[in-house]
Write a protein that binds this ligand. Structure first.
Ligand code: SIN
Length: 535
């Protein structure tokens, strides 16, 4: 068993993890744990772009205000101001790193890169690399990380838990390799950049999203989890029952795409003055209602009126994918459905990514900084990844108090030492599928008290089933499934506690908003208490 020691251990290799690694590596030794397959993680699949005030015609207050409106009263104003204010510098950092953003060809334009629009934004402020922004950013940063001598990459480990000293501080993480052997990775500072929890649901916008494992690792150490009930469903995922998950970027609506119902009518016009560019919670709920009424199982997104030349120019990735699936989007409307896309909740952090556990940080979708409130505005997520990774880096570099103190690897061994048991894979897969079906049926776009109670009972019994499998909790797949079920239960509890409808949480029993907006906050004890009831 190896016990390497680094200054900073980063778990997760999306935009947040890569940015942090590059920002600290000139001064600190970094271990970066990334999945072996590069297509995992949500960052790479982000199409639309990154929101920031870049055009001289835009202004910071306008971006702040749009974010607050989309967040439906629950944003933390300090987090919003902080993110928006640091946005332009974060974009410049990416430009300096060589990200190939799409240039603006209009000679009258006042900014050299093309800026698109998306839901909730009252200005053109989304910088992008065609319609594959996440891929362009990740590829650029991965190259830089690979060249940095101070960054050790580990893609052979599945991290399943964090190491803690007797004082409660985080001292690194542990995980198992492909031979089921355990390793501890000790570090002065540990940063979770493990993604969100969309994998709790059956239909998602990325093929292999995380399921909140990192959030539960933090909770196991005593971190608080905020706003878990606010799971975002992207309004337009390609309806393709036989094919892989595929997002149809909000930029398609930003450039003028129309949502049509079964009768071919633009149903958003009657519902919201912002029509197709209303915030995502509004559009996803409207599509969900149309789907309940129609016999198609989807609605249509039509961009034919933009013309073939413009479609090919703006959306080459979407055009090519749809063509592979037999849809010519220059000639046909695109069948779309909402799908789980982004977790607005997560590990509660301050403006530097610090959690309430000493030496433990969370950034990117794993964290809940207060930026998104009850509903994230389009393209604010990559922005948050960048801004908070950079501010977290500043905090880590400023923390000289612990410099010189070595963390002895041998003091912090994984709680389990024996080779992990080989578990019945089909049984685990079946439990995971049942969890996803339950979450999609009862804890998605529209919720009810009865549905949430049904979900809670079912999830508890699935958790029991995992615990009854011999060796499950000391094997990586079993432990991760257990964490996922625990997070699903906490998500239901958060939804049950919210006696109102706000942003992404809509309840048929509590259709109005409470006058005061209050963030939710849960910890491991809430889970233990809930499990002690009727178990
Ligand atoms: C999209 O392109 O619609 C996704 C971007 C985002 O979720 O912010």
């Amino acid at each position: 068993m190896s016990t390497p020691i680094s200054d900073v251990l980063i778990i997760g290799g999306g935009v947040a993890g890569l940015t942090l690694a590059l920002e600290v590596a000139d001064h600190r030794s970094v271990t970066l744990v990334r999945p072996a397959q590069d297509d995992q993680g949500a960052s790479r699949w982000a199409q639309g772009g990154i929101a920031a005030v870049l055009s001289p015609d835009d202004d910071l207050d306008a971006h702040i205000n749009d974010t607050l409106v989309a967040g439906d009263g629950l944003c933390d104003i300090e987090a919003v101001r902080f993110t928006v204010t640091h946005g332009p510098a974060a974009i410049q950092w990416l430009i300096d790193k060589g990200v190939p953003f799409t240039p603006e060809h209009d000679p009258a334009a006042r900014y050299p890169y093309h800026l698109t629009r998306e839901g909730g934004h009252n200005a053109r402020r989304i910088i992008h690399a065609d319609d594959a922004t996440g891929r362009a950013v990740v590829d650029t940063l991965v190259d830089k990380v690979a060249q940095h001598p101070n960054i050790t990459q580990r893609n052979d480990l599945t991290v399943v838990g964090l190491l803690q000293d007797p004082q409660g501080a985080c001292r690194g993480a542990y995980g198992s390799d492909t031979n089921q052997q355990w390793h501890s990775l000790t570090a002065r500072h540990t940063v979770l950049a493990t993604g969100g929890a969309s994998g709790l649901y059956r239909h998602t916008t990325t093929p292999a999203p995380s399921s909140g494992e990192g959030m539960m690792m933090a909770a196991e150490l005593g971190a608080r989890l905020m706003n878990l009930e606010f799971q975002q469903f992207h309004p337009t995922c390609l309806f393709d029952p036989e094919g892989p998950a595929f997002l149809i970027s909000e930029a398609v609506r930003g450039e003028g795409g129309h949502l049509l119902n079964e009768a071919g009518e633009r149903f958003m016009l009657a519902l919201d003055k912002r029509a197709e560019l209303a915030p995502r919670d509004v559009v996803a709920r409207a599509i969900d209602a149309e789907i309940q009424r129609n016999s198609l199982g989807h609605v249509w997104l039509d961009i034919r009126h933009l013309g073939g030349k413009s479609i090919r120019h703006h959306f080459p990735t979407i055009l090519a994918h749809c063509a592979c699936r037999g849809i010519d989007i220059t000639q046909q409307a695109i069948p779309v459905v909402p799908a789980a896309h982004y977790s607005c909740g997560g590990v509660a952090t301050n403006l530097h990514g610090a959690t309430n556990v000493a030496n433990l940080y969370a950034i990117g979708e794993t964290a809940c900084t207060g930026l998104h409130g009850a509903n994230r505005m389009a393209s604010n997520s990559l922005l948050e990844c960048l801004v908070f990774a950079r501010s977290c880096a500043q905090a880590l570099l400023a923390d000289v108090a612990q410099q010189g103190q070595t963390t002895s690897g041998s003091e912090f061994q994984p709680p389990v030492q024996a080779a992990a048991a080989v578990l019945p894979k089909a049984v685990l897969r079946g439990i995971r599928q049942q969890m996803r079906t339950t979450m999609s049926q009862h804890v998605s776009i529209v919720r009810s008290a009865t549905g949430l109670s049904t979900a809670l009972a079912h999830l508890k019994s699935l958790l029991n089933s995992v615990e009854e499998i011999q060796g499950a909790l000391t094997a990586p797949e079993g432990k991760r499934l257990h964490q996922t079920l625990q997070l699903a239960i906490l998500t239901v509890l958060a939804a049950q506690h919210r006696h109102e409808s706000r942003g992404l949480h809509y309840s048929t029993d509590w259709p109005s908003r409470q006058p005061e907006a209050v963030a939710s906050s849960l910890a491991m004890k809430d889970l233990t208490d809930a499990l002690a009831t009727n178990r």
